[in-house]
Design a protein around this ligand. Structure first.
Ligand code: KG4
Ligand code: ZN
Length: 356
């Protein structure tokens, strides 16, 4: 089954064609991060305007790359079985560009439409065939993943931090999440306070690798000992802000040390709570996903912590290019969840979450 996925939830305009939820034929992403780097964060209106400019060229490029020998659009489209579209959560203006385009194409091309929750899509980045298998003891499943359940999935993105129990495809139970800022948001806001560019996660980790000293635990690890699977990151930015204000640029700690302190504070609470959830739920697999899953320190720290467990799940981490927003994961989720819906019933849902 060949699915064309469209993803426009935030500042990426993405389209991909994926076979049977795993094999990527083509995946094209146009990002508007250049304009958000100027403003130091996303202005939704700017993101939506860029979505409108990019959507048709991105879809066309995806089709051309997947079917280079096809003589025309009609023959390219004839190979497709369905269209997958992100319905939320995200920025309403950005989401609408993708949704209205997908509905129009579904109607014109007479293809079924599959709505996808963007957070679920992030988890399915782990099914994409050229994934990195970090686990020492597991082999990639050949059955579409049924053997990997029950699984725990940690979704760490710019807008969300959630941990869910996945019993089978399409069956997720939310067990915890952030009470305020998301992990990626914490990276972005702290980077800004440190004078680093947007997006903050890659900027902070690029500085942090230059640090050779041990962590001083300079910043707080909120809720690390709480009896639940929730996180809180808003205190971190306040703490970084206070530190920057009360310490002159000539202070003892330089940028690499400060970046590393921020990264350690975020990674430590994510890993500690994830390990505690693994001990409680005993999953067969653990899926890391979302933009922050691209963070090398987080990947390494999780891998090391799981190695220390007596019974550890297989750890799956998508390739870096599938951690941040892309449409291959959207098409993959659509294949496995397969909730075909008439275009008339598809609606934007910016507040969609995993709690219900
Ligand atoms: O999943 P994503 O592309 O978009 C949302 O759905 O939000 O995540 C974007 C977030 C940004 O906050 C960005 O700073 C963070 O992912 N990010 C990283 C890294 N690469 C991207 N955070 C930490 N380390 C990275 N290497
Ligand atoms: Zn995302």
């Amino acid at each position: 089954m060949l699915i064309l996925g469209i993803e426009t939830s935030c500042d990426e305009t993405a389209c991909a064609i994926v076979e049977n939820g795993t094999k990527v034929f083509s995946s094209i992403i146009a990002s508007s991060s250049d304009i958000h780097a100027i403003t130091g964060g996303i202005i939704p209106e700017n993101a939506a305007r860029r979505q409108i400019e990019s959507i048709i060229p991105v879809i066309k490029e995806t089709l051309d790359k997947a079917f280079p020998k096809s003589v025309n659009l009609k023959s390219q489209v004839s190979y497709l079985d369905a269209i997958a579209i992100t319905c939320g959560p995200g920025l309403v203006g950005s989401l609408l560009v993708g949704i209205e385009t997908a509905k129009t194409l579904s109607y014109l091309w007479k293809k079924p439409l599959i709505p996808v929750n963007h957070l679920i899509a992030h988890i399915y980045a782990n099914w994409i065939q050229d994934r990195d298998l970090l686990s020492v003891d597991s082999k990639p499943s050949t059955d579409g993943g049924q053997l990997m359940f029950p699984a725990l999935a940690l979704i760490v993105s710019g807008g969300h931090t959630d941990i869910v129990l996945m019993k089978e495809h399409g069956n997720t139970e939310w067990i915890g999440g952030t009470r305020d800022d998301a992990a990626g948001e914490a990276f972005d806001k702290c980077a800004r306070l440190l004078g680093l560019s947007y997006p903050g996660g890659p900027s902070i980790s690029a500085e942090a690798v230059k640090c050779s000293s041990e962590s001083l635990n300079l910043f707080p690890r909120p809720m690390i000992n709480s009896d639940n699977f929730d996180w809180s990151f808003s205190g971190l930015k306040t703490s970084v802000s206070n530190y920057v204000k009360s310490n002159p640029a000539s202070c003892k700690l330089k940028l690499p040390e400060l970046a590393s302190e921020v990264q350690e504070a975020i990674v430590e609470v994510l890993v500690t709570k994830s390990v505690r959830a693994i001990i409680k739920y005993k999953p067969k697999s653990f899926f890391l996903s979302g933009g922050v899953a691209a963070n090398k320190r987080l990947r390494e720290s999780l891998k090391l912590s799981l190695k220390k467990l007596e019974i550890a799940p297989s750890l799956y981490v998508p390739k870096t290019k599938y951690c941040t927003d892309n449409a291959a994961m959207t098409a993959s989720a659509a294949y496995f969840v397969n909730n075909k819906t008439s275009w008339k019933e598809i609606a934007v849902n910016p507040q969609l979450d995993l709690r219900t």
